[in-house]
Design a protein around this ligand. Structure first.
Ligand SMILES: [Zn+2]
Length: 144
């Protein structure tokens, strides 16, 4: 099942109506690997609809996070929450200068999920595995 279908079916199962605006948010999240903020999603999609609000983006994101279909990664030096529709265990690596976030696959976090579940009995809904620092490009420009 594609990520897009997972997101829309998650909303539907939660009793939310699948409006064109909400499905557009799901599609954007599923297709993006940029870890967008709500404002980025809103800016990208607002021209496609006569009526579309930042509140729609937020309530769609909030529902998806609560249902475990999207991870809320928090800010990366830009005071905005970044979202990740890839909930397979992986490490996110953020640059505090240009605010870019990249995905790093890691065997270790896969095992960590199992360990936490086994030790606590929690049903895990998401994770914020976020490392931060300065990317090579930003290190270079600060050295200049
Ligand atoms: Zn950077």
């Amino acid at each position: 099942m594609s990520n897009y279908l997972i997101l829309t079916q998650t909303l539907k199962a939660a009793g939310m109506r699948l409006t064109p605006q909400r499905t557009a948010v799901c599609r954007f999240l599923a297709e993006s690997d940029e870890h967008p903020t709500a404002a980025m999603i809103y800016d990208e999609l607002k021209l496609q609809f006569d009526s579309f609000s930042l509140a729609t983006v937020y309530n769609t994101l909030d529902a998806l996070v609560k249902l475990g279909a999207v991870n809320a990664l928090g800010g990366v030096g830009d005071d905005s929450v970044h979202y990740d529709a890839d909930t397979e265990p992986h490490v996110n690596l953020a640059c505090l200068s240009c605010n870019k976030i990249v995905d790093i696959p890691s065997e270790h976090v896969t095992h960590l999920d199992d360990e936490i579940t086994a030790a606590t009995g929690y049903k895990l809904l998401g994770a914020r595995v976020l490392y931060y620092g300065l990317c090579p490009d930003c290190q270079e420009s600060s050295n200049r």
